[in-house]
Design a protein around this ligand. Structure first.
Ligand code: ATP
Ligand code: MG
Ligand code: MG
Length: 553
């Protein structure tokens, strides 16, 4: 609950409130097309639209922009509802579907025809394209442009009645074939398409186009500020044109405002590419923890709070820019640093025998659940004669500045004792099988003796007989290049080491982890118990993010 940073959209809203343009009303909408899962780019738009509505006591509508039935499915609708809710937003009663307006949209198209503002064109798609012209060359009128209104009406009704084949006719807005803005060169507003719609079934064989549908849907819902990404700037004159023609019929004329979309390094954002990653098996489904879908980042371990923090931090502007993936990861680190209990896991175990520890000895060591939040209390870590440490915490021949374990050197076992390495046992191939140490019984953490001697290294460990095994998935960025789209085929930039599955040792209490419990594994990073694969008493952990950014540094 920080004070929101101002931006150009807030300035517009505040000015509107000052002049009373909308009588103080602020109504926004988030209008996804249900043709894929929502991704982190959508999260920017969701946080913006729902955030503004919240801050100005307005409402944000969730509207499915479902006018393109070939690519749309109920599965996508369900996942979108789920993701918006997960992000922490509530549309209340404001759930809409553009397909609910099909009757109204049809009726308004007849109005345009009657006003002489729309006509049925019988050219095919290729002919229409050829006459549309280019950026430097004006378009030319279709020979059907001057069809009398009555004939247009008759043809349009017969299009709807299913008398014509797909593509035989289209309905076009009659604007200006010489406009420098190609969007105004008599855009197609209806086409014949015999496709089953996931909500309206086979009721319709004509479907309205996006630009026509969108502005009318906004107007029907009395949206005040219709926020979209910059690519739609050139479509704004069409948005306004349609509503101007219908001004006596639709309830209001919302203001379209464009903002810069989120571009994030080390990822791809287009739905076509995300679908390709799923369908060609480059990832394990839409919710693969490496995907930038909201379903994916959720499984990865992101919290809704971290994503909302990210949206706030990147802000909103009119200029396209790139955000580094590290910014998103830092938001997660910040959030989980606060809220994730600390636990111990040994990912790559090396066996250590404490020679002078009693044979069947066992004792309790107390480890804080959070180093700053003492009120979170401590948990018990059992210690015994044989422990595991991280293989990387031992070097037989230490490099310069290496302060962890090596022959003759001492380290502290966190929450326990100082140990000293006295022997290294290798197999016939020269591989290290185990190391032997002695411990100094006077140095237990939390006792007066602990203060007597300082050592530089401080490593984590687990008692071998108490540690539990768990599957841990070490995820990393899905792409190895900052700009996967820059060099032709984005798939060439896939990071071949983005997923590594290991069996790790974890402290006993972790076997009780429930789906979506998040932890900091000390010295490793933040991990989440996978929401799908965690079984009672048998968790599977996903690495959400390491403690420090090791990319591009
Ligand atoms: P694609 O072009 O890959 O199909 P889209 O933008 O068409 O994606 P929609 O479902 O239409 O996907 O998007 C819903 C809303 O989310 C739109 O208002 C769109 O502007 C916004 N949005 C999509 N991608 C981004 C992004 N990268 N940054 C900010 N907003 C985005
Ligand atoms: Mg799209
Ligand atoms: Mg879209």
């Amino acid at each position: 609950a920080t004070t929101p940073v101002s931006n150009f959209i807030r300035n517009i809203i505040e000015e509107d409130n000052r002049t009373g343009k909308w009588n103080g009303r602020v109504e926004t909408r988030f209008p996804p097309e249900p043709n894929g899962y929502l991704h982190i780019g959508h999260a920017k738009s969701i946080c913006l639209n729902f955030g503004l509505a919240h801050d100005y006591n307005g409402a944000c509508h969730l509207r499915f922009d479902d006018t393109n039935p070939e690519k749309e499915e109920q599965e996508y609708v369900d996942s979108i509802l789920d993701s918006v809710r997960w992000l922490g937003f509530d549309w209340g009663k404001h759930l809409y579907y553009a397909s609910d307006y099909f009757d109204k949209l049809y009726e308004l198209a007849e109005c345009l025809i009657r006003q002489g503002k729309a006509y049925v064109d019988s050219l095919n798609a290729e002919e229409i394209r050829a006459l549309r012209g280019t950026l430097t060359e004006a378009g030319q009128n279709s020979p059907y442009r001057e069809r009398p209104s009555a004939e247009n009406l008759d043809l349009f009704r017969r299009m709807k009645a299913g008398e014509f084949a797909d593509g035989a006719h289209v309905l076009r807005a009659k604007i200006d074939m010489t406009s420098p803005n190609i969007n105004l060169r008599d855009p197609v507003i209806y086409r014949i398409r015999r496709v089953h719609h996931h909500r309206t079934g086979d009721k319709w064989c004509i479907y309205p186009m996006y630009d026509y549908t969108h502005c009318i849907s906004d107007a029907m819902e009395k949206i005040t500020h219709s926020l979209c990404t910059l690519e739609f700037e050139d479509h704004r004159p069409l948005y306004d044109w349609v509503l101007d023609q219908l001004k006596d019929i639709v309830p209001c004329h919302p203001q379209q405002i464009e903002f810069a979309r989120l571009n994030l390094t080390y990822t791809v954002m287009s739905k076509r590419k995300l679908i390709e990653l799923v369908e060609h098996g480059f990832v394990d489904g839409w919710d693969d923890p490496r995907m930038n879908t909201l379903a994916g980042v959720r499984r990865r371990g992101y919290t809704p709070e971290s994503i909302r923090l990210f949206a706030e931090r990147i802000g909103v502007s009119k200029a396209d820019s790139w955000i580094d993936m590290g910014v998103l990861e830092d938001c997660l680190r910040e959030d989980l640093n606060e809220r994730a209990p600390r636990r111990v896991a040994v990912l790559d175990p090396l066996k250590v025998v404490i020679d002078n520890y009693p044979e069947n000895g066992e004792e309790e060591c107390l480890a804080p659940n959070h180093p700053q939040k003492l009120e979170w209390g401590k948990r018990m870590l059992p210690l015994s004669k044989i422990i595991y440490i991280e293989a990387s915490d031992f070097m037989e021949i230490p490099s310069k500045g290496y302060f962890r374990l090596s022959p003759g050197a001492e380290v502290r076992l966190r929450y326990a004792y100082i140990i000293k390495c006295i022997n290294v046992v290798k197999n016939a191939n020269g591989e290290i099988m185990e190391i032997h140490c002695t411990y100094d019984a006077d140095t237990k953490s939390g006792t007066a003796g602990a203060e007597k001697r300082k050592v530089k290294g401080n490593i984590h460990w687990l008692s071998a007989k108490h540690a539990r095994q768990a599957e841990v998935r070490l995820y990393d960025r899905l792409f190895a290049q900052a700009h996967p789209d820059a060099g032709g085929d984005y798939k060439a930039s896939l990071n071949l080491h983005s997923k590594k599955i290991i069996t790790a040792y974890v402290e006993p209490s972790l076997s009780e982890a429930r789906p979506e419990d998040r932890f900091q594994f000390e010295r490793h990073g933040y991990f989440i118990a996978d929401r799908k694969d965690t079984q009672p008493g048998k968790p599977t952990f996903n690495r959400a993010v390491t403690l420090r950014d090791s990319w591009g540094k």
